[in-house]
Design a protein around this ligand. Structure first.
Ligand code: KG4
Ligand code: ZN
Length: 350
């Protein structure tokens, strides 16, 4: 009999709950996104997100338990995202988890959102398909809130190799989409618009080309896109006629920077067994293709797009791994922290 964990995730605009056995087998995964609400705002409005989460949290939990045909007695522990993210949103999830843990008398584990993403490649929807992953692993975690490279020797032994100095990769997709007049979230809408575009139509610089750290920088690409659009306008070109080419070239430039940093990391850390990409940006098909073509190492992604973007199954998985590797230390009381730092990835006391 394995351990069944209820995961709760509300760090941004989603309200999510999941039941996961042994950190891998997903029994149910429910997510209500408030994405529609923000389609025309160019991004999430924090207070509006939190208000919706208050309304959605209990119905989502109810559906999650019902669809797994599970009663509360079967749950061994609760895991909840404690940061980083939007404070109001995080408070909805952590308060719900604290109340349920007390009411049902269950152990409660606070999870760093990024540790959730790092755990997502272990998830599976099939009982007989056990992902066999051998550390050390190099993980590129790229989402709307962060872009980081991690060298992982165990679930609780992680070294941060590099991170973005300005915008996150997902943010660069979102801001680029807004400049191009495409809807939020920008990643999927740029990918769609790029499908019939020419990746070489416009030239964008490779960020940090002569830099020997493993950091990222995306704000220059966003500025370059703004200048490109200004130049087109000053020449009287209707940018709508070039939208596919603009989206394809911009997406290519963002992906090229991500691939370049991964290649540098692999040159420095030749002993890693696998490359993982996680977080919302790992859903990007062009990024996957380029990594496969240009990096000579097995590439693993979360098993479906639903586990790339924010979800509660990855939080439940991280809870199981923390309990497995840290025992009762994983149950230390925690604060809900909107700006939880990367170095608190596995710490629960901060
Ligand atoms: O991990 P996630 O759901 O939430 C955060 O923790 O931020 O990531 C959301 C981000 C958004 O910026 C979105 O534009 C991006 O992931 N994203 C994508 C794709 N799907 C989502 N970026 C590129 N290509 C995609 N297909
Ligand atoms: Zn995320």
């Amino acid at each position: 009999m394995g351990m069944l964990i209820l995961g709760i995730e509300t760090s941004c605009d989603e309200t999510a709950a999941a039941l996961v056995k042994d950190g891998q087998y997903v029994r149910s995964n429910v997510i209500a996104s408030s994405c529609e609400l923000f389609k025309h705002t160019g991004g999430v409005v924090p207070e509006a997100a939190a208000r919706q989460q208050v309304e959605l949290m209990l119905p989502v939990l109810h559906t999650c338990l019902e669809s797994a045909n599970t009663s509360t007695q079967d749950i061994d522990a609760i895991a909840v995202t404690r940061g980083p993210g939007l404070l109001g949103s995080l408070i909805v999830g952590t308060t719900t988890a604290r109340v349920l843990a007390s009411l049902w008398e269950k152990p409660l584990v606070g999870i760093h959102h990024t540790l959730g993403h790092l755990s997502s490649p272990w998830l599976t929807d099939a009982d007989d398909d056990r992902p066999d992953i051998a550390f050390p692993v190099l993980t590129l975690s790229a989402s709307g809130g962060h872009t980081e490279l991690w060298l992982r020797h165990a679930h609780t032994n992680n070294m941060l190799l590099g991170r973005t100095r300005d915008d996150a990769a997902g943010e660069a997709f979102d801001k680029g989409a807004s400049l191009l007049g495409l809807p939020y979230p920008g990643g999927p809408s740029i990918a769609r618009a790029a499908e019939h575009g020419d990746t070489h139509a416009f030239d964008f610089p490779l960020p940090l080309a002569d830099d020997d750290t493993l950091d990222f920088s995306f704000s220059g690409l966003k500025t370059a896109l703004r200048y490109t659009l200004r130049d087109l306008e000053s020449r009287g070109t209707d940018r709508a006629t070039r939208q596919a080419d603009l989206a394809a070239s911009y997406q290519e430039a963002l992906c090229a920077h991500l691939v370049d940093r991964v290649q540098h990391a692999l040159q420095q850390h030749t002993h890693v067994h696998e490359l993982h990409i996680v977080g919302g940006v790992s859903a990007n098909a062009r990024l996957r293709t380029l990594l496969q073509e240009q990096c000579d190492i097995p590439l693993r992604t979360p098993p479906s797009l639903a586990y790339c973007t924010d979800n509660a199954a990855m939080i439940a998985a991280a809870g199981a791994f923390l309990l497995r590797e840290r025992g009762s230390k994983a149950l230390a009381p925690f604060e809900t922290n909107a700006s939880l730092p990367a170095d608190a990835l596995c710490a629960s006391e901060r």
